[in-house]
Design a protein around this ligand. Structure first.
Ligand SMILES: N[C@@H](CCC(=O)N[C@@H](CS)C(=O)NCC(=O)O)C(=O)O
Length: 217
C-alpha cells in the first residue's frame, strides 16, 4: 500500500491525490496538521526535513517528496492512464503550465510564507488575505492568457484528456475559491475546472472531502 503524508487543505497533496486516483492506485493518507505546525515537529522532520507535505512512501520502493517529482515518478512507473501527452513539445507545454501554478504561484501562499508575513513582517490578517488572493488570482489570470486561443487547449489544459497541468490548475483553482478568489470571468480556466470536477477522481480529491476538513472554510 502506498502511504502519503498530506493535509486536507494542501494543494500539493491534492494534486498527488488526484494522480493516485486517476491511476487507480490504492493509498493511505496520514494527515499532518499544518494548522498546528505538526510539519515542524521532529517526528515529521525525520520523514521530510523540508517540513512540507506531501511525502509519499511506496511499498518496497522509494520515499519521495515534491509533488511534481512524485507525479513524474507515478507517470514513469504507472504509465496508464497517461498524464503527459506524447511528444516532447506537447510534454514541455504541459510541464510549463504545471510549473506556472505549482512552482511560481502556489509556494507564495503556503503556511511558512504566511507565518513570515505575520510574525516577522507584522502584516495584519487583512494584508495577508490580500497577499494570498493576489497571487492566486495572478496565477489563474496568466493561465487564462496561456490557455485561451491556444489550439492545443481542449476540454482540458492540453487536448481532451487530463494531464499534470490540470492537476495543478484544479488544485490551485479550488484553493483560490477556498480563499474567496472569484475567477468566474476567466472563461477557459473556469470551464476546465468544471470539466475536472465532473470526474470522480478529481471530485473526491478536493480538500473539503478529506478527513479533518471543516464542514466549510
Ligand atoms: N513544492 C512543494 C511544495 C510543498 C509545500 O510547500 N507544501 C505545503 C502544503 S501545500 C506545506 O507543507 N507547507 C508547510 C509550511 O509551509 O510550513 C511540492 O510541490 O510538493
Amino acid at each position: 500500500m502506498i502511504k502519503m503524508y498530506g493535509f486536507w487543505r494542501s494543494a500539493a497533496s491534492f494534486r498527488v491525490r488526484i494522480a493516485l486516483n486517476l491511476k487507480g492506485l490504492a493509498f493511505q493518507e496520514e494527515m499532518i496538521d499544518l494548522d498546528t505546525g505538526e510539519q515542524n515537529a521532529p517526528a515529521y522532520r525525520a520523514v521530510n526535513p523540508q517540513a512540507a507535505v506531501p511525502t509519499v512512501i511506496f511499498d518496497g520502493g522509494p520515499r519521495l517528496t515534491q509533488s511534481l517529482a512524485i507525479l513524474e515518478y507515478l507517470e514513469e512507473t504507472h504509465p496508464s492512464p497517461a498524464l503527459l501527452p506524447p511528444g516532447p513539445t506537447a510534454r514541455a507545454r504541459v510541464r510549463s503550465l504545471a510549473l506556472l501554478w505549482a512552482a511560481d504561484h502556489h509556494p507564495l501562499i503556503v503556511p511558512r510564507i504566511r507565518s513570515y508575513l505575520a510574525d516577522v513582517l507584522r502584516q495584519d490578517e487583512a494584508s495577508r488575505a490580500a497577499w494570498i488572493r493576489h497571487w492566486f488570482r495572478e496565477g489563474l489570470a496568466i493561465g487564462e492568457q496561456r490557455l485561451a486561443g491556444d489550439p492545443e487547449t481542449g476540454a482540458y489544459c492540453h487536448g481532451d484528456a487530463p494531464t499534470i497541468a490540470d492537476l495543478c490548475l484544479f488544485s490551485q483553482a479550488i484553493g483560490a475559491r477556498g480563499f474567496g478568489v472569484d475567477f468566474s470571468d476567466l472563461g477557459v480556466v473556469s470551464r476546465i475546472v468544471e470539466t475536472c470536477m465532473l470526474r470522480d477522481e478529481f471530485a473526491r480529491s478536493v480538500p473539503l472531502r478529506q478527513p479533518g476538513a471543516p464542514a466549510r472554510h
